[in-house]
Design a protein around this ligand. Structure first.
Ligand SMILES: Nc1ncnc2c1ncn2[C@@H]1O[C@H](COP(=O)(O)OP(=O)(O)OP(=O)(O)O)[C@@H](O)[C@H]1O
Length: 332
């Protein structure tokens, strides 16, 4: 009679659930909090869940607590409170087990400019007590090949472009098989071409199933590269989930293309369209409840020459604005 019901049995407590999920989730934090000594609350009660195999974007404006979180995940600093599990183990306690399985690129790679790209990697690998010296040369060659630096391997690192340096940093993270790659702002400071190269490389690295956790203050970067994302603002988590679902949670924009933008804006407002803005021949607004065919008919009746009337898919930026009521500080 007193047997627990299926739901009671299944619910468990949060710790048990996290234990069960350890294989499915590569990073799990609960109430993770960091208050710096000066009193700054940098991360505030963070509950993060990173699914295995995802390319997970950790998105937030500058100063929102991304680097502080990454430093706690990597055991570089102690949390003030809360817990973090990485690859199923508690951090920072299990650092010795976890860290060899994590390839990290944090705050730019430390390189010796006077050494070639190849020699930098050989030296880096030699400093890793878990690395097998017998396979060193082969692993370095494979990593250079993987990031597209095989041809430039003999060049001194100081002659590398910023994008090449960043790729060399990624190669260093790939010298050993990894369960997780952690990249802090991997395209920061790169020109558009360098950004494209790094993004393509990240997608390729992820295609073999390696979980990639990358921080960025660039919304479009997350949309282009990531399957999942978490959004931070002022140390707090705003939302997390599959990128497609996050964007779908926000409503898109109604877009009317017309040479008669002023008149179109007036008619749209009359038709109950909110937040109408006109920019050149594009007039946009919040989609109204009513049938768009009626809105179109009203525009045409008023003499507006409609070239196009569409609903634009909501972006992650729309979702961010809808959730926080703030604009996303893209300039950083
Ligand atoms: N060592 C420190 N001591 C005191 N405050 C700090 C320290 N490091 C960061 N902070 C503060 O904590 C907050 C979060 O900083 P953090 O660097 O984690 O943010 P971020 O999202 O990574 O931003 P950025 O991209 O600029 O690094 C900021 O207000 C920052 O000024």
């Amino acid at each position: 009679m007193d047997e627990p019901s299926a739901t009671e049995r299944d619910s468990g407590d949060a710790a048990e659930r996290d234990e069960r999920d350890a294989g499915a989730h590569v990073i799990v934090t609960r109430g993770l909090t960091k208050r710096y000594r000066g009193g700054q609350l940098a991360v505030d009660g963070l509950d993060l869940t990173v699914p295995a195999g995802s390319v997970f974007g950790f998105l937030g404006p500058n100063g929102s607590g991304k680097t502080t979180t990454i430093r706690m995940l990597m055991g570089l600093i102690e949390p003030t409170s809360g817990t973090a599990r990485v690859l199923g183990h508690p951090m920072p306690r299990a650092g010795r087990v976890v860290l060899p399985q994590v390839g990290a690129l944090i705050e730019g790679p430390a390189l010796y400019g006077f050494l070639s790209g190849r020699d930098n990697l050989l030296r880096y690998d030699a400093a890793d007590p878990t690395a097998d010296p017998r396979t060193r040369r082969a692993r370095v060659a494979a990593a250079l090949d993987r990031v597209g630096l095989a041809a430039a391997a003999g060049k001194k690192a100081r002659a590398y472009s910023l994008g090449m340096k960043q790729r060399l940093g990624l190669a260093a993270a790939l010298l050993q098989p990894r369960g997780l790659l952690v990249l802090d702002e991997p395209t920061n400071g790169l020109d558009p071409q360098g950004m494209r190269e790094i993004r393509a490389l990240i997608r390729e690295l992820a295609s073999d199933g390696t979980t990639v956790f990358l921080s960025s203050h660039l919304l479009d970067e997350i949309e282009q590269v990531c399957t999942h994302a978490a959004v931070m603002t002022q140390g707090r988590l705003v939302t997390q989930g599959a990128v497609a679902d996050l964007a779908a949670g926000a409503r898109g924009r109604l877009v009317v293309t017309t040479p008669d933008a002023g008149e179109a804006a007036r008619v749209l407002k009359e038709q109950g369209v909110g937040d109408v803005t006109a920019d050149g021949d594009r007039v946009t607004g919040e989609p109204p409840e009513r049938d768009l065919a009626e809105v179109n008919a009203a525009l045409v009746t008023a003499g507006v020459r409609v070239r196009g009337l569409t609903l634009e898919r909501a972006s992650l930026e729309d979702a961010f604005v809808a959730l926080t009521g703030e604009g996303f500080d893209v300039a950083g």
